[in-house]
Design a protein around this ligand. Structure first.
Ligand SMILES: *Cc1c(COP(=O)(O)O)cnc(C)c1O
Length: 376
């Protein structure tokens, strides 16, 4: 059996090595490392894939979120509503800009922000909602956009984990996650579903005015070279990463299909086990399984984790401490929150290896060991 990994980026690379190596050499020979046609070409292709008017690359997904908040003109003291059950980047950038994150509950089935909880958290200071499409499944965007429209709020989608996910509205329209709100942000961190060989990120919008602000802020606030109109930052995707990502983009739908197939395998293996709740799949979107995350019932989660590790099965807890309980947010009143669903999930979730290269032999072994432990 091939060794088990949470994400097998090496085997994935070997399958497209020829193409990738040639593209990287081409960039090296061109000496066009920053900006230029490779970066622009990838951004165009990614915009097309998303059905989005604009795609603005950035240095990473965290920057994308920060630049999005800056471009929308959010000011110190403004509030953004976000889930606490998420990766820290989502809320860290708000705090960095002295924008107050207001943490709300997630839906216990989808792990994504609970639309009903959003409405209750709105105050006169609220400026934006930042839903996270956690583990690869879409938040309830139709309801979120409805709330945002009624209260005149912006929506910034954190699509770092769900690139390629299709969301179907009740009238039948289908859109990619990351293109539904005012701005969508994604990450090309190597383990993400569209992973670079280093860091990278991107922002999406259909709004020309927002697009030009995003571009300006990502490039030192420049409207044209050496004319700096607003305070910005320096956040660029380099040409080497763009060249690699452009090749991987052609495979993205196959990568998603492989992840979904691996998820089906686990789902079948764990179906009807009283100790395991398999990932919920909402009917209105295609879960792209950035993570395959179980909820455990009456199982010592940390003992299972140690057992799997001893058996050579990598496993992860995403996330052991919710954002509102991080020390970082003491100053933002993090400890005043009461988010029982979030706390409950952080204590009972465990993520198993999922990626594009898993085979039946590996998955049979992993599922067998999980079942052996939970059925003891
Ligand atoms: C990975 C991730 C980010 C940040 O992306 P980086 O490229 O690592 O900066 C933000 N939000 C979520 C939900 C993520 O999973």
């Amino acid at each position: 059996m091939r060794p088990l990994q949470m994400v097998d980026t090496k085997t994935q690379y070997l399958a497209i090595k020829k193409e990738v190596d040639a593209a990287v050499i081409e960039v090296m020979e061109s000496s066009m490392f920053i900006g230029g046609k490779v970066v622009n070409g990838f951004a165009d292709n990614l915009a097309k894939y998303h059905g989005s008017k604009h795609c603005i690359p950035s240095a990473n997904g965290t920057d994308a979120l920060q630049i999005a908040m800056m471009a929308l003109g959010l000011q110190p003291g403004d509030e953004v509503i976000t889930p606490s059950f998420t990766y820290i980047a989502t809320v860290e950038v708000a705090a960095l800009l002295n924008i107050k994150p207001i943490f709300v509950e997630v839906d216990p089935k989808t792990f994504c922000i609970d639309a009903a909880a959003i409405e209750k958290a709105i105050t006169p200071k609220t400026k934006a909602i930042v839903p996270v499409h956690l583990y690869g499944q879409a938040a309830d965007m139709e309801k979120i956009m409805d709330i945002a429209n009624r209260h005149h709020l912006y929506v910034i989608e954190d699509n770092a984990q769900a690139i390629g996910c299709n969301y179907t509205f009740s009238d039948g329209r289908v859109k990619k996650t990351g293109t539904i709100g005012h701005i969508g942000c994604t990450s090309f961190y190597p383990s993400k579903n569209l992973g670079a060989f280093g860091d990278g990120g991107a922002m999406f919008t259909d709004d020309d005015d927002i697009a030009s602000k995003l571009r300006m802020i990502a490039s030192h606030g420049q409207s044209k070279r050496y004319y700096h109109d607003v305070v910005g930052c320096n956040s660029r995707l380099d040409a080497m990463q763009a060249a690699i990502l452009d090749i991987k983009l052609k495979h993205l739908d196959n990568y998603i299909a492989a992840r979904r197939k691996a998820a089906d395998f686990y789902d079948n293996a764990f179906a009807d086990n009283k100790h395991i709740t398999i990932p919920f799949r909402a009917g209105n979107n295609t879960h792209v399984f950035h993570q395959y995350t179980l909820q455990l019932n009456d199982v010592n989660r940390d003992a299972l984790s140690s057992f799997l590790t001893e058996q050579g099965i990598p496993n992860m807890i995403y996330y052991p401490v919710p954002a509102h309980r991080q020390k970082m947010f003491d100053a933002f009143g993090g400890s005043n929150y009461n988010l029982p669903v979030t706390d409950w999930l952080t204590e009972r979730v465990i993520s198993l290896p999922i990626h594009t290269e898993l085979d039946d032999e590996q998955q049979t072994f992993i599922a067998g060991k999980v079942l052996e432990f939970v059925n003891r």
